[in-house]
Structures are given as structure tokens and as C-alpha cells.
Design a protein around this ligand. Structure first.
Ligand code: NAP
Length: 275
């Protein structure tokens, strides 16, 4: 993985799951890292684990929009610029729309959508048009189709897709590269620390995720896709084929997804792909 040697990489959402997986692989492969999230203790542990590597921590809360320009400026200055920025921080909410408070839905939009947008605006200001800057957004299968009980989460990832597809088109040929990564079911704590519609913590890992890909394998898949320069790609098990299924059989997909969609996607992938 020589590709990553001395690449200046900022990972936002680095303290667990997919982001932590990225930290492990990149730290071992010579990248100059800045790691960000709210959990400072975890960031320090990661920094200590790779004391031989170039790794700096910069704690931040993507929900606190007014702080993000200053944090982005700081991150930019640590190594005198950035090559790759992983806009990976995310939070889930799982509940029916009628059971979900508006403020909880807004929180999800703030973390998953407005945070990455605010950081991007500052980076666009800082970047030099002649030097490549890669923005890597972590979207979701539910950025491609709606899923019951995931309305706000799906909305945040659909918004991310639309916004960053538009930015990619606007800036084509200018040295800005936008990569949208779509993880399938990855075994992280996102649903455990995720919220219910009333704002309380779920505390439960969803079965589909418990049986999903491990974050280290996901991180390697993400880095492989980036090394190939892909604009958009899916990393996961056979649930990834639901994107094609939705594109070619949208009516059938809508029927399948109406109740117990994760169970149905699992059954579908078993029957078609025998996994
Ligand atoms: N796991 C999956 O199956 C799956 C599937 C599709 C997409 N995704 C996406 O993948 C990304 C990573 O999620 P994950 O599955 O790895 O979950 P995770 O283990 O819960 O990691 C989420 C990361 O985001 C950070 N974060 C959350 N809220 C934040 C905030 N307000 N400010 C700063 N950082 C914040 C967390 O750090 P702190 O708590 O320390 O702040 C943590 O580092 C998310 O965007 C998620 O939507 C995951």
C-alpha cells in the first residue's frame, strides 16, 4: 500500500467502527494522519498505539457547526495542507416518523449532512486549485432508497449524495475529487449508540449489522476503491446488490422494503446469491 505513504489524511469519525478501521490501516501504511471525533480518550489511545507513526488528534463535534471552520483551518495547518479528508462521522436514528421528534431528526441532519458541508466549505477556501484534494464521504444503502424507520437517516444520506454529486460536477477538472463510499452492513456500534425517535439511545445492535462485514475489512475495501480512483463504490456483502435491484426493479424493491426490510434484503440475497 505504498499509495498512502506521506499522504496527509484527516479522518473525521475516527474513534470507532469504520473510521477506526481506516486509522489502523493508514497508520501502518505511512500516511500522515489527523484523527477527529468527540471521544478524546479514544483518540489518545489510538495516538499512543501508533506513537511511531505521524498521527495527531484534533477533537471536534460535527454538530457544533460554528466551530467547524476553525477546526478545519487547524487540521489544514498541521501538515501544511491535506490530500484526503474522510467525512465519515455519522449517527443513526431508527424509529417510525410519527414517533420521531423533529429535533432528533434535525440532529441527524446536522451530524450527517450539515457537518460535512460546513467542513467542505472551509476546505474549498483553503485548497490550492493546482493541488489535488480528495473528499471521501461515507454514505449508505439508505442514501439510495428509503427504508422504514430510517427516514431521517436516509434523508441525511440522500442529501449528502445530491450535494456532493453536484459539487463534483461543478468543480470537474479543478483538482477536487469527490468519492462517495457506500458501506453495506458493517459490524460497528452505530445502531447501539444510535437514537430512538424520542432521542434516547437505542443500546441494541441490529441483527443485520451483527452479521455484517468487520470494520477492518471494510476499511481495506474503501482504501482499495480510493486507490483505483473510483467516484462512488459499495463495500459490503451481497446486500450491495440491492442498489442494482432497486435501479432495475424499483416497483418490486418498494414492495419488498415495506415491512422488515433488513430481513427481506437478507432473504433476497440468500436466495439469489446463496450467501
Ligand atoms: N455500520 C454500517 O453498517 C454503516 C452502513 C452504512 C453507512 N455507515 C456510515 O459509516 C459512518 C461510520 O459509522 P460506523 O458504522 O463506523 O459507526 P460508529 O462506530 O458509531 O462510528 C461513528 C463515528 O462517528 C463519530 N461521530 C458521531 N457523532 C459525532 C459528532 N457529533 N462529532 C464528531 N464525530 C462524531 C463517532 O465518534 P465519537 O462518538 O467519538 O464522536 C465515531 O468515530 C457513518 O457515517 C455511518 O452513517 C455505516
Amino acid at each position: 500500500m505504498d499509495f498512502w505513504v506521506q499522504k496527509r489524511v484527516w479522518i473525521i469519525g475516527a474513534s470507532s467502527g469504520i473510521g477506526e478501521g481506516l486509522v489502523h490501516v493508514l497508520a501502518r501504511n505511512g500516511a500522515e494522519l489527523i484523527i477527529s471525533a468527540r471521544n478524546e480518550t479514544k483518540l489518545q489511545e489510538l495516538k499512543d498505539a501508533y506513537s511511531e507513526s505521524e498521527i495527531e488528534s484534533l477533537s471536534l463535534d460535527v454538530e457544533l457547526r460554528s466551530t467547524l471552520a476553525e477546526k478545519s483551518e487547524k487540521a489544514w495547518n498541521i501538515y501544511g495542507g491535506l490530500d484526503y479528508v474522510f467525512l465519515n462521522a455519522g449517527m443513526s436514528v431508527r424509529d417510525l416518523v410519527v414517533e420521531s421528534k423533529l429535533e432528533v431528526e434535525r440532529k441527524i441532519m446536522d451530524i450527517n449532512f450539515w457537518g460535512p458541508v460546513a467542513i467542505t466549505k472551509k476546505l474549498l477556501e483553503k485548497r490550492d486549485a493546482n493541488i489535488p484534494l480528495h473528499l471521501v464521504l461515507t454514505s449508505s444503502l439508505s442514501g439510495k432508497y428509503g427504508v422504514p424507520k430510517l427516514a431521517a437517516y436516509a434523508a441525511s444520506k440522500h442529501a449528502m449524495q445530491g450535494y456532493f454529486d453536484s459539487l463534483r460536477a461543478e468543480t470537474y477538472g479543478s483538482g477536487l475529487f469527490i468519492h462517495i463510499v457506500i458501506p453495506g452492513f458493517i459490524r460497528t456500534n452505530i445502531t447501539v449508540v444510535g437514537l430512538r425517535g424520542d432521542g434516547s439511545q437505542s443500546g441494541k445492535m441490529q441483527n443485520a449489522l451483527a452479521e455484517g462485514m468487520d470494520p477492518a475489512t471494510c476499511a481495506k475495501g474503501i482504501l482499495k476503491g480510493l486507490e483505483k480512483g473510483k467516484d462512488e463504490f459499495v463495500v459490503g456483502g451481497s446486500e450491495r446488490f440491492t442498489i442494482g435491484f432497486n435501479r432495475f426493479f424499483p416497483g418490486l424493491m418498494k414492495k419488498l422494503i415495506r415491512s422488515n426490510p433488513l430481513q427481506r434484503i437478507k432473504k433476497l440475497r440468500k436466495s439469489i446469491f446463496r450467501k
